[in-house]
Design a protein around this ligand. Sequence first.
Ligand code: ADP
Length: 397
Amino acid sequence: MKILVVNCGSSSLKYQLFDMKNEDVLAKGLVERIGLEGAQLVHQPGQSDKVKIPAEISNHKIAIKMVIETLVDDSVGVISKMDEIQAVGHRVVHGGEEFSESVLINDKVMDAINKCIDLAPLHNPPNIMGIEACSEVLPGVEQVAVFDTAFHQTMPEKSFIYGLPYEAYEEHAIRRYGFHGTSHKFVTQQAAKLLNKNVEDLKLITCHLGNGASIAAIDGGQVVDTSMGLTPLEGLVMGTRCGDIDPAIVPFLMKKLDLDADGLNNYMNKKSGVMGISGVSSDFRDLEEASEKGNKRAALALDIFSHRVQKYIGSYAAVLNGVDAIVFTAGLGENSPETREQVLSSFTYLGVEVDKEKNNVRGKATDFSAEGSKVKTLLIPTNEELMIARDTKNLVG
Ligand code: ADP
């Protein structure tokens, strides 16, 4: 079975075509600058070189059409006809309380995704455009929606209700939802495989540390708490997002900086985090380099980042009443042995011992805990596209 996985942003469309027989990626690519000047499709068939195809791509439907034409193209294509694509799996950012798992898309599902626009005004509309474009270009092909929020829907009320009047939840759906769920779910399953255990028997803390970053406490395969909230702004200090702050700072800064709600939202989402603290970059590679050269604010940003991760791991170890494994994933989690070691240095009291040599690894599934460590420490590369393809396959049978 061949499955196309699609992830639509407002001006971009990422895709991967999987052959689910061996979960091979037959091709992947990106359409960028949709609706803008300089649009192009960057396509990579299998392990071959990338090809760039500039074109006028005014909307997502044209983008999808172009992707399909490229996939069946005589020279750079990987399938002979478009009928070979048996299903499409879509990343959808917000599923609200409606979706606790992936679903086959029908009119009712589309209505529910549309209702969630209020909660994710920047993300759900392009996801919807992608689904509608595929319905037109690939009529009759089954489509599946895989939500970033779904895996976190097992959280109990005590984790997801804010300390606001209960009416804020009842009337405005204000609660913690959590994001990166597809990644947390994928690494949970892979961690169980690596440890040769059943997911049901494990207490895990999964740390998705990329440009956006979140942590989840997972008991027996069920999320019991996670660091992102109503939006992906809550929790850890991230590349450009502030994470947890005293909420009173919001009205204070709106007055001081003469910003309206959108202005402050932009300030907290785009100008804050390690970027805002360091004044150097949102990229942890740049921060490590600047810090080594003696830049104090870059060093401070890295310290603040690790400190916040430690606070969440510590609180989740308490919430779970113990932890069997701490899992690191995403750009920084997979590629920075220094960050992993630094973060874990606070947990000797839990019996965490890191094997420095084993920890000197990037992007490869590894148990890097020392012999006899009471808590396993794991690096698991995430693969959200594969998780979407697997869910899609399970749903279309
Ligand atoms: P996102 O999908 O949210 O953009 P990624 O999971 O791709 O994020 O992570 C991107 C981040 O990972 C980059 O900002 C960079 O800081 C970090 N990163 C990637 N490679 C390395 C590395 N070798 N060392 C340190 N940090 C890295």
